[in-house]
Design a protein around this ligand. Structure first.
Ligand code: SAH
Ligand code: MG
Length: 199
């Protein structure tokens, strides 16, 4: 079974590579799964399923973990559904095919993982923090955006990228000035922010 999982995970990774789907890097996944175990996380809300790779990795690391994950792209959502079934995780991973900005999520979560459109992170944070338990965490991926966040604006080639980088910087100051959360940004994978709700 373990060997079989390994093979299926390898296949998911190559599918992601071939189709240019930005799944989380190994280092980021290690961080996330270690974090889940260390903080005894039981319920995760993920924004940005893609093909289900990070959701499946989280579920495999903690055998009672429940995950709800939102994806707006139909092809990716369908691929994620297929993958979740392959791993027999449909009881623990609930997939929602919707734009996260249009969905109403019921219930509480110990961890919210933001890994969707980088320009919408402030909106996602504000929208979903009401689903967070009083001692919960929000983790955000891609805080460095492939190193671009630390570059000078003139070094960034296109206007689109410059605007995206500006949005990420806005998000960083939003986090740093948020009175309800303490945030640390780790130099892991593509940059991972951990925001802890203040008690
Ligand atoms: N968490 C995944 C990778 C997600 S990639 C993993 O590591 O395996 C980001 C995904 O977010 C993309 O598939 C994109 O379609 C989705 N996305 C972007 N904006 C979204 C939104 N507003 N609502 C739902 N999904 C969104
Ligand atoms: Mg990411």
């Amino acid at each position: 079974m373990v060997g079989e999982n390994y093979q299926m995970l390898k296949e998911m990774k190559s599918y992601a590579k071939e189709n240019r789907i930005p799944i989380m890097e190994d280092e980021g996944i290690d961080f996330l799964t270690t974090f889940i175990l260390k903080h005894q996380i039981k319920r995760v809300l993920e924004v940005g399923t893609a093909i289900g790779y990070s959701a499946i990795m989280m579920a495999l690391c903690q055998p009672t973990l429940k995950i709800t994950s939102i994806e707006r792209d139909e092809v990716r959502y369908l691929e994620a559904l297929k993958n979740v079934k392959k791993f027999h995780l449909e009881d623990r991973i609930t997939l929602i095919f919707k734009d996260a900005l249009d969905v109403k999520i019921e219930g509480e979560f110990d961890l919210i993982f933001l890994d969707a459109a980088k320009s919408q992170n402030i909106n996602f944070f504000q929208l979903f923090s009401k689903n967070l338990v009083s001692d919960g965490y929000i983790i955000t991926d891609n805080m460095y955006f492939h190193g671009l966040v630390e570059k000078q604006e003139r070094e960034i080639k296109t206007a689109n990228l410059r605007s995206l980088v500006r949005k990420i910087k806005e998000y960083i100051s939003f986090l740093n000035n948020n009175p309800d959360f303490n945030t640390i940004i780790y130099r892991i994978g593509d940059g991972v922010a951990v925001s802890e709700k203040k008690k």
